[in-house]
Design a protein around this ligand. Structure first.
Ligand code: KE4
Length: 437
């Protein structure tokens, strides 16, 4: 647990240096801690369920690099595999066996996948999947859901979640109107709104892209029939259904949300867990679609470091442990215990709260709820969340520094860790209430 409240002096020196040479002092906006009124954590190292800052203060980590570390920090099989791979070379810019082996594992695990193309980020995966869908259908429009985040490619920065929602940014400057006009948005879980879009634009719609469990506006599960409804509507109109499983892949089930909910998309994007913390992502789907991708087809997409040997080694090692240990049921039980404990602690103090766990993803909102869409998520008390967040951090808990992010649990989190977290949350809620007066 943390050595105590406040920020070690070391971090504040680094904050100033970082802000001098990097916008906001960060490499990604969600790390800035702006939404919770704090200076950011400067990580020193990670070990299992804990992250340690640059002054050595330890925190139970529920961010886990925003999802990739399903085994926890520095999992020995992953570290050994990457160390071994690094000794043989950092990158080749040539084919090698491990990318084939990892692709074969994804084909075996994910229902809708027959072929895979590796890329270096979730953004690359989703933008490439949309390009492929536009090529396959000859159509231009895409439909996304408000509060969902599919990376920072121009066409996705329209009513997006994650850092865009956290910072209450308007749709990003720099995205031409002609580009954002090609992206239509409707509320998550709202099939009637989808029908209205299809009635007017269905013949021009290339794809519907969706987070099958929305993890970038807190955590919003699909309502019964929502995913099935999207599948039927895409079948009827000829638009392709893209499941953005960058976050849900290997977290809500071994075969992702498409296995958990029994709805198979036309294209799947993967990331995070598949690289075990290294920059690995992929877009994937049936052979007839993926064969359109160059050099077999004419849809161009490329990447200097795609299929990087260290990333492939990390992904293979992490997925091998998941295959051997099958931790998914235990992860969901532990994650549910965490959420139930937090909700009980809030409600016993008269604090409106709702939330849920899906696999090893979780989210809690300070509002009566239930939350079915982005509007509902934005109704939560973000002021109280910031006070609660600071109090939790001072008690040694590292949660996502935003009300519009999902939390995660790793196989390294023990029952004792979960119990200690729930107890610390109770204290933090008292502190947040005291501050509120
Ligand atoms: P990246 O380009 O950040 O690797 O992946 C984009 C992406 C695509 N799809 C989904 C469902 C995602 O959640 C993400 C990225 N997630 C955010 C956190 N919610 C990454 C954290 C960050 O932006 O720093």
């Amino acid at each position: 647990m943390s050595a105590g409240p406040g920020r070690p002096a070391a971090a504040s020196d680094w904050v100033g240096r970082a802000r001098t040479v990097m916008p906001g002092g960060v490499s990604s906006p969600v790390r800035a801690f702006d939404a919770v009124g704090m200076t950011p954590l400067f990580a020193g190292r990670g070990e299992g369920a804990r992250i340690f800052d640059d002054a050595g203060c330890g925190y139970l980590d529920y961010v886990l690099s925003w999802g990739p570390l399903i085994l926890g920090h520095a999992a020995p099989p992953v570290v050994e595999a990457v160390t071994r791979a690094a000794r043989d070379g950092m990158s080749f810019g040539a084919c090698h066996t491990r990318e084939v082996e990892l692709a074969e594992r994804l084909v075996a695990w994910v229902p809708g996948v027959e072929m895979v193309r590796f890329v270096n980020s979730g953004t690359e995966a989703t933008m490439s999947a949309v390009r492929l869908a536009r090529a396959a259908t000859g159509r231009d429009l895409i439909l996304k859901f408000q509060g969902c985040y599919h990376g920072h490619a121009d066409g996705f920065l329209v009513v997006a979640g994650s850092g865009v929602a956290t910072l209450s940014l308007p749709d990003s400057p720099g995205v031409p109107g002609a580009v954002s006009a090609l992206t239509l948005t409707v509320p998550y879980n709202d099939l009637e709104a989808v029908d209205a879009i299809l009635a007017e634009h269905g013949s021009r719609l290339a794809a519907v892209i969706v987070e099958p469990v929305a993890g970038n506006a807190g955590l919003i599960p699909p309502r019964a029939g929502f995913l099935e409804g999207l599948r039927a509507r895409c079948d009827r109109t000829g638009a392709l259904l893209i499941f953005d499983e960058v976050m849900t892949g290997f977290r809500v089930a071994r075969g992702g949300a498409q296995e958990r909910y029994g709805v198979v998309p036309d294209l799947t994007t993967l990331g995070k867990v598949v690289g075990a913390g290294l920059p690995v992502a992929a877009y994937a789907g049936p052979r007839d679609l993926m064969q359109r991708v160059a050099p077999e087809g004419t849809v161009y997409q490329a990447g200097t470091l795609s299929g990087n040997p260290l990333g492939m080694a990390a992904g293979l090692a992490q997925l091998a442990v998941l295959e051997r240990t099958d931790p998914f049921a235990e992860l969901e039980r532990r994650t549910s215990t965490l959420v139930e404990g937090i909700l009980a602690a809030a409600r016993s103090r008269g604090i409106p709260a709702c939330g849920t766990a899906v696999g090893s993803m979780w989210g809690v909102y300070f509002t009566e709820g239930p939350v079915f869409d982005f509007e509902g998520a934005r109704g939560a008390d973000t002021e109280f969340f910031a006070r609660y967040y600071r109090a939790c951090f001072e008690r040694g808990l590292f949660f996502a520094p935003s009300a519009f992010e999902a939390g995660f649990v790793s196989a390294a989190h023990t029952d004792a860790d979960i119990a200690a977290t729930v107890a610390a949350v109770g204290d933090a809620l008292d502190a947040a209430l005291d501050v509120a007066g």
